[in-house]
Ligand binder design. Structure first.
Ligand SMILES: Cc1cc2nc3c(=O)[nH]c(=O)nc-3n(C[C@H](O)[C@H](O)[C@H](O)COP(=O)(O)OP(=O)(O)OC[C@H]3O[C@@H](n4cnc5c(N)ncnc54)[C@H](O)[C@@H]3O)c2cc1C
Length: 491
C-alpha cells in the first residue's frame, strides 16, 4: 500500500496533540492526527483542568486552551475559573461535551484523523525523522511527514526513532504513580460541605497550617462551584484500620465537580508502574479495576455526603502521569520554575506547582513555583531534524514535568509545537531554523500568553483568596526510600 503523505503528523490526540494538530491546521498545514483510542482529548477528556493561572492569580495560559474553556462555558458545559491557593485555578468541564467539541473543532480546521490507529515504528533517515509506521484493523502503513510531533505521552516516536529519552526520577527511574479516575453521582453537596467544615477531618491539608487561608476558603465554600479535596486522612486511616480499604492511599483525593451531585475520585493507585511495559500496564489495569468497587463502598460508608452515591463512570484510560520524557535542545528544571525563568525563546507559560504523586509511597511531594516560560528548545528533539514534542513528552526533569504536565500547560505547548511545525513547512525550513521572533509573534497574534500581557500580581485576588508561601515544600505522609534521598528540591 502507498504511504500516506502529509505535511504535519501529530501522534496522540490528548490535550497536547489535539492542540498541536488544531494549531498546525489553522496555520494552513495539511495535518494528520493519529490516535490509538476512538475519541479526541486523551486524559483531558477524563479530568478537571487545573493550572490556567499562576500563584498571583494571573492567567498564564491563554490561546487555544482559553478558547476551549470559553466554548464549553458558552454551552453551559464548563464551570467558571475557580481560583485556588494551591492549584491556582480549576475549571470543571463536561468531559463528554469536550470530546464532541474537539471533534467539531478538528472538522472545522480540516484536521485529518486516523483513530484506532497505533504508531508502531518510526522512519528515520540519517538525522531526519521522516514519519512513522502505523498499525490498525486495515493493516500496516507508512506515513511520510515533513514534521512529526510526538504527543503520545510515552515518547513512542522518539523511542522507536533512536532519539534519547529519560524516564522517572533519578535513583530508580520510577515514574509518578498512575490513577484510574472515576466519577460518583448522587452526592449530597451540603452534607459534603459540612464535612469540609469539620476541622477534625482536615479535608484540605495544604490549608491547615494557614488559618487565614482556611477561613477565607470556608467563607466562600458555599458559593464555590468546584471544591478540590486532598485530605480527610482520619477517615482513610479508620477505613484501613477496619480492613475496609486496602488501596495504597492515605488521603481522599478528588474534586467536587460543577455538577452539584458529582465527584471525581482520584484515589486508585499503583506503585512501581512502568508505563512502557505491557505486563506492568496490564497488572496496573487489573489492580485499579479491583480498587474501584472498594473505594465506592468506602465513600458511601465513610465520607460525609456520599451515603447515597453511586458509580457513574470509570474513565476510559488509566491516568499515566509520567512516562518517557524526550531529550530536547534544552531540559526544563525545577529551578527554572521556582525562579520563574523568562527564556528568550519562550513559546508557552505555566504557573502550576510541582506536584509529584510519589512513585512508591502515598500522598505527594510539592513545591510552589512562579509564573515561568517554556523555551521552544524544550519542544525540539535533540540530535535530529523533523521531530517536535509536547505534553508529557516535553524535555523536562522529573520534577519540572510535575508542573508542565497539567492540561492547560500541555495545550499551550501543543499550540506552540503545531504552529511552529506549520510555519516550518510553509517556509521550507526545519523547525529549529525558524526565527524565534516570528514564531512568538504568530503565537501572540493567536492569543497565546508569553508574558507580554501578564501584568502585575492580581492583588485583589491575592487578598480575597490568599496565597501560600513560595517556599512551602509539602512532603508529609509516608515517603518511600528514594523519596527520602535528597533530590533537586526536596529538603
Ligand atoms: C490521575 C490523573 C489526574 C490528573 N488530574 C489533572 C487535573 O485535575 N487537571 C489537570 O489539568 N491535569 C491533570 N492531570 C494531568 C493531565 O491530565 C495529563 O498530564 C495531560 O492530560 C497529558 O496530556 P498529553 O496530551 O501529554 O497526554 P495524554 O492525554 O496521555 O494523550 C496522549 C495520547 O496519545 C495516544 N497514544 C499514545 N501512544 C500512541 C501511539 N503509539 N499511537 C497512537 N496514539 C498513541 C493516547 O491514546 C493518548 O490519547 C492528571 C493526570 C492524571 C494521570
Amino acid at each position: 500500500m502507498n504511504a500516506i503523505q502529509t505535511q504535519v503528523l501529530v501522534v496522540g490526540a490528548g490535550a497536547a496533540g489535539f492542540s498541536a494538530a488544531l494549531a498546525a491546521a489553522r496555520n494552513g498545514a495539511r495535518t494528520l492526527l493519529v490516535e490509538d483510542h476512538g475519541f479526541l482529548g486523551g486524559l483531558s477528556a477524563t479530568m478537571t483542568w487545573i493550572g490556567f493561572h499562576d500563584r498571583d492569580y494571573r492567567q498564564v495560559v491563554q490561546g487555544l486552551g482559553a478558547e476551549f474553556v470559553r466554548r464549553l462555558q458558552e454551552e453551559g458545559a464548563a464551570s467558571e475559573y475557580v481560583l485556588d491557593p494551591k492549584c491556582s485555578s480549576i475549571v470543571s468541564v463536561d468531559t463528554h461535551r469536550w470530546k464532541c467539541l474537539a471533534m467539531e473543532l478538528a472538522a472545522e480546521a480540516r484536521v485529518q484523523l486516523l483513530l484506532h490507529t497505533r504508531v508502531v515504528d518510526t522512519l528515520r533517515e540519517g538525522e531526519r525523522i521522516r514519519g512513522v509506521v502505523i498499525e490498525s484493523k486495515s493493516g500496516r502503513r507508512e506515513i511520510h511527514a515533513s514534521v512529526t510531533i510526538d504527543a503520545s505521552g510515552d515518547g513512542d516516536v522518539a523511542a522507536r526513532g533512536g532519539v534519547p529519552w529519560n524516564k522517572g526520577r533519578t535513583g530508580d527511574g520510577l515514574v509518578q504513580s498512575p490513577t484510574l479516575v472515576f466519577r460518583l453521582g448522587g452526592v449530597d453537596r451540603p452534607k459534603f460541605i459540612a464535612g469540609c467544615r469539620d476541622q477534625g477531618l482536615n479535608y484540605r491539608e495544604w490549608l491547615r497550617p494557614y488559618p487565614n487561608l482556611w477561613e477565607k476558603m470556608m467563607a466562600r465554600i458555599e458559593d464555590t462551584p468546584v471544591i478540590i479535596c486532598g485530605g480527610f486522612a482520619p477517615l482513610v486511616q479508620r477505613a484501613h484500620d477496619c480492613g475496609d480499604l486496602h488501596v495504597p492511599q492515605t488521603r481522599v483525593v478528588g474534586v467536587k465537580l460543577h455538577r452539584p451531585d458529582q465527584f471525581l475520585v482520584v484515589m486508585t493507585r499503583v506503585l512501581g508502574l512502568d508505563p512502557t511495559d505491557v505486563d506492568s500496564m496490564t497488572d496496573a489495569y487489573q489492580r485499579v479495576y479491583l480498587q474501584v468497587p472498594e473505594l465506592v463502598e468506602f465513600f458511601r460508608r465513610y465520607v460525609p455526603g456520599f451515603a447515597d452515591s453511586y458509580l457513574l463512570e470509570i474513565a476510559p484510560m488509566l491516568g499515566v502521569r509520567e512516562s518517557r520524557r524526550i531529550v530536547g535542545d534544552y531540559t526544563l528544571t525545577a529551578e527554572d520554575l521556582v525562579q520563574g525563568k523568562r527564556f528568550p525563546d519562550a513559546v508557552a507559560m505555566g504557573g502550576y506547582h510541582m506536584d509529584i504523586h510519589r512513585p512508591a509511597g502515598t500522598w505527594v511531594e510539592s513545591r510552589n513555583v512562579q509564573a515561568y516560560t517554556i523555551p521552544f528548545r524544550c519542544l525540539v528533539a535533540s540530535g535530529v531534524e523533523g521531530l517536535l514534542m509536547a505534553g508529557k513528552c516535553l524535555s523536562a526533569t522529573h520534577e519540572s514535568l510535575a508542573s508542565t504536565r497539567v492540561i492547560p500547560i500541555c495545550m499551550a505547548q501543543g499550540e506552540a509545537a503545531g504552529t511552529a511545525a506549520a510555519m516550518a513547512v510553509e517556509r521550507g525550513v526545519s523547525a529549529r531554523e525558524l526565527p524565534i521572533d516570528d514564531l512568538q509573534s504568530q503565537l501572540v497574534e493567536q492569543g497565546a500568553e508569553l508574558g507580554q500581557s501578564l501584568g502585575e500580581p492580581n492583588h485583589e485576588m491575592i487578598e480575597r483568596i490568599g496565597q501560600l508561601p513560595l517556599d512551602e515544600p509539602l512532603s508529609s505522609g509516608d515517603r518511600d526510600a528514594v523519596s527520602q534521598a535528597p533530590s533537586a528540591w526536596i529538603q
